[in-house]
Design a protein around this ligand. Sequence first.
Ligand code: PLP
Length: 404
Amino acid sequence: MCCPDVLEEMITPMTNTIMNTYGRLPVQFERGEGCYLFDIDGNRYLDALSGIGTCNLGHCHPAVTEALTNQAATLVHTSNLYHVGSQSTLAEKLIAITGMDNVFFANSGAESNEAAIKIARLYGHNKGIETPKIIVMENSFHGRTLATLSATGNSKIQAGFGPLVEGFIRAPFGDIEHVRQLVNQHSDIVAILVEPIQGEGGVNVSPRNYLKNLQQLCNDSELLLMLDEIQTGNGRTGHYFAFQHEKLEPDVVTTAKGLGNGVPIGACIAGRRASGIFQPGNHGSTFGGNPLACAAANAVIDTIQENELLDNSLSMGEYIRQQLALALQDTQGVVEIRGQGLMIGIELSSDCAELMAQALEQKLLINVTAGNVIRLLPPIIIDKEMAQNMIDILVPLIQKHLNR
Ligand SMILES: *Cc1c(COP(=O)(O)O)cnc(C)c1O
């Protein structure tokens, strides 16, 4: 602290040493507590984004912090050459929640989807299909690795990275007839990969019975129904997983974001037709499911269950959507307010990315996705007062934007 100009010099080149892949808002956070973040000048922000749907229990939840500090002082990593007790415990919890059979642990969403894609391909090869194909949706997002960006339905994410990974066939999200036709036309389709609610694509909720119909189609044609619940999982929509709203029986479920409340961990959960596909040697990860990450995830699941946070996610989500609808009922240009639980989208008639910086100035963190959809993913511990506070800041910003 003695030489501020030296410090200044250090900070400037440091930012240049980070590859220029993100557009960042002009703020740096130092500390988090519950639904609030504090910047390096001590300003407090209401976080309605939770690190992109990741810190679902709020920042530095005491139960997660305790689990992490205890584990960090005991054992951090051993590799998967040995048994990892907390990994088995976490798998048991996920199995109990989903009714599925077994779990592969990864470190991110994209990696969890890579595991799912490999399971689908191996499932096909085991059936004698040489060129197995997976149906994926328009406007989907499945990650930034080569296979997952190829599966993603967004040409901006793919641009410049060809040749893409083969073996994906695209269908419009929500159109069951289109998928049925594809399955009839192509004998080498082995799986359908779909988000129950498209997150990055604009908080697009799947139409009523769409997932159920996809499941029926998968059952009839012996395909794998693979649900990408990386964003919708871990209490975000009011059930632990979104597929539980419709009591589905998927073959594969992937999750990540909220699983470790900010600690990197992902999971690929298999059941039914998919549970026996991977054999020793087929897949692996050095870090996947290590003791530290599993300690966090075990604490997350316990905390959600002990505090009835799924109910809070459901009821606060409903409350926020109702209050938003009420406050914006006379505002022209609000196309739709939608979502499930605390995964909420407000679609406007025009692009509104600048609302992120405007909300930041008002000490509120929000996201805009698909150009014109405000995305709210507040911690699932949020209470009515904070929710009202969020709405009171957001609504005038939306009205000002639309009245320009
Ligand atoms: C965030 C996300 C991913 C990618 O997760 P990463 O951890 O960034 O690799 C994949 N699918 C969905 C639905 C997501 O929301």
